[in-house]
Structures are given as structure tokens and as C-alpha cells.
Design a binder for this molecule. Structure first.
Ligand code: RUB
Length: 309
């Protein structure tokens, strides 16, 4: 392995092992790794530099399968370097840096807009249920709290790796009244919930949403008890491959996460995500507003046409 690809390998390892979790954090880590690679490159020619970038892309993309935000980000950065007519590696590397910085800035501004829009949906004294840990959801809740709203949060623990505990800790640090429940208790609490907010890993061309395993069951329960179910997500989690016919691939993780010393011959399945059909989603709270999931293609066409290139 080339020395310059080390930071890429290390980032991919951290992503795989969930030291970095959540779609946004995964994308940010991947972009930062690409930038580090560009800054430290020893490539002697444009060809060599491109080879490094392509190798980096392959390593990062294989770290987690269900992360279109990371893929869209890396693709955008690479396409800008490809458009650069200069031959000098230093100038191409600068393009990686400037494209990375711009992407991170835009991502940050989407997060702020989403929080601003979504916080309006949280009324004083509301009870919000959330699943897993989404930094976009917790940022929205932070915004609502800073606006002085006195809401409470119910977090599912999110087996098998308990990302719900991260959410619970963040909410407590904010001074929000927080209750942790086991995933299977979602129905028991749904009648006292005013709205459900979940993040997204991927949005398909039909407006279906891929998020942490168990999300679709919570959506089902929310529908049955007529509780509004919102997805809080940057539009760039849209996966263009779904428009061209492919299904979003669902990562299947190690059975060890479910039971590390299981009985012999036991078959354990551990899908990381599931698909929530658009008819269960009240709206997607994104940087363009609260949109119906059915409108995702039009919104992407208008706001991020390059995603469909
Ligand atoms: C995290 C998860 C989050 C989304 C959105 O799963 O499903 O809801 O990634 O997160 P995992 P964010 O812990 O397996 O990565 O809003 O931070 O992008």
C-alpha cells in the first residue's frame, strides 16, 4: 500500500468499524481524507495523481455500501479535478482542496437550513421520538432547544450497536428530558408521541427512505397511531443509481454485533438499514423545505442537477 493512501485506509477502517457513524459524518470523514491525500501526494504526473484518487475512491466506497452522500461528495470533487486542464499535480491537488472545502461549507449550510425549518415543527411541550443517531436530527433538536422550546425526546436504543445511546447522551447534555426505550417498545410509547423524526442514509428516486434497521417498523407503528413521521435529511442523500433502475444496496454487517459467541449452526442476519416506503413519510425536512417524498426527483433536478449526470 502506498504511503499516501494510508489516511484513506485509516478513514475507511474507522468508517467500517463505526468509529465514525451516521451518513453525514461518514461523508465528512471521506472528504477530509481525500483532501489529506491531495495535500500529501507524491505523484509525479497527472496520470499518477488520478490513479491515486481512483484508488482512494474505491477504498472509501467499499467502506460502507449504503452511503450515497459520501459517493455524491467524492464524485463531485473528482469531477472538478477532471475538469481542471492543468497538468501540474500541485494545481490539481489544490482543486481537490478547494472542492472539498466548498462541499463541506455547503453541507454545513444545508444542516443549518434543515434545523431552522424543522425546528418550527417542534411545538412547546412536544414529545419527539427518534431512532438511532442522526446528527441532522440532533442538530434540529438543538436548534429547537436554543429557541427555548420545552420538548422531550424518546430515543430507541437501536440494536445491535446502540447508537440511540449517543442520541440520549447528546439530548441530556442539551438539558432535554430524555427517555431511552428498547426498540420493541416503540408501539407502547407511540400514543404519547407528537412526532417522529428520523435521519436518512439514502433516498431513492421513488422517494423511499433508507435508514437504520427498524425505521420502517417505527414508521408503520406511527402510521397506525396517526403520529406524523418525518425524515430529516440533506437532499444529497439521494442516490442517482436508483433512478437508473438499481436498488439501493443494504449493507449487511457482521453477526458478531448481534451475538458474539452464538450457539453452533445458528443463522444470524444483521442488515444495517431498511427501506421505509414513501407512503409512510409525512415529509422530508431538507434544505429546500418540507417536501413530499414523491417530489424528490423534481427537487434534485432543480437544486443538484449534477447528481444525475
Ligand atoms: C446511522 C443512521 C442515521 C443516518 C443519518 O446509522 O442510520 O440515521 O445515517 O445520520 P449508522 P446523519 O450508525 O449505522 O451509521 O443525519 O448524521 O447523516
Amino acid at each position: 500500500m502506498k504511503q499516501t493512501l494510508r489516511p484513506i485506509q485509516e478513514t475507511a477502517r474507522r468508517i467500517k468499524q463505526l468509529e465514525v457513524q451516521g451518513a453525514r459524518n461518514v461523508a465528512v470523514a471521506a472528504i477530509e481524507a481525500m483532501d489529506t491525500l491531495a495535500k500529501g501526494t507524491k505523484a509525479k504526473s497527472k496520470k499518477e495523481f488520478f490513479k491515486e484518487l481512483f484508488e482512494a475512491k474505491t477504498i472509501l466506497f467499499s467502506s460502507r455500501e449504503t452511503e450515497p452522500l459520501m459517493r455524491n461528495a467524492v464524485r463531485l470533487i473528482m469531477s472538478q479535478v477532471e475538469k481542471n486542464v492543468h497538468e501540474k499535480v500541485v494545481e490539481l491537488a489544490e482543486t481537490v482542496t478547494s472542492a472539498s472545502e466548498q462541499f463541506l461549507k455547503d453541507l454545513e449550510s444545508s444542516k443549518e437550513k434543515i434545523a431552522e425549518i424543522g425546528a418550527r415543527r417542534i411545538s412547546n411541550k412536544a414529545t419527539v421520538l427518534t431512532h438511532c443517531h442522526s446528527s441532522t436530527v440532533t442538530h434540529l433538536l438543538r436548534k429547537a432547544k436554543l429557541e427555548g422550546k420545552a420538548f422531550e425526546v424518546i430515543c430507541t436504543e437501536s440494536r445491535p450497536v446502540f447508537q440511540g445511546r449517543i442520541t440520549a447522551k447528546e439530548m441530556l447534555e442539551l438539558g432535554v428530558k430524555t427517555t431511552l426505550i428498547v426498540d420493541s417498545a416503540a408501539r407502547s410509547f407511540m400514543n404519547q408521541v407528537d412526532l417522529v423524526l428520523v435521519g436518512a442514509d439514502a433516498i431513492t428516486s421513488e422517494g423511499n427512505v433508507v435508514n437504520k434497521i427498524g425505521t420502517s417498523m417505527i414508521a408503520l407503528v406511527a402510521k397506525e397511531s396517526r403520529t406524523p413521521f418525518y425524515v430529516v435529511s440533506e437532499l444529497l442523500k439521494f442516490d442517482p443509481v436508483t433512478k437508473f433502475g438499481s436498488y439501493e444496496r443494504i449493507e449487511e454487517r457482521s453477526p458478531d454485533e448481534v451475538w458474539n459467541i452464538p450457539p453452533k449452526n445458528l443463522n444470524i442476519r444483521n442488515p444495517a438499514f431498511d427501506v421505509t416506503r414513501r407512503d409512510f413519510v409525512h415529509g422530508i425536512i431538507c434544505e429546500e423545505g418540507v417536501i413530499p417524498p414523491q417530489s424528490i426527483m423534481q427537487v434534485i433536478h432543480r437544486k443538484y442537477p449534477w447528481v444525475l449526470d
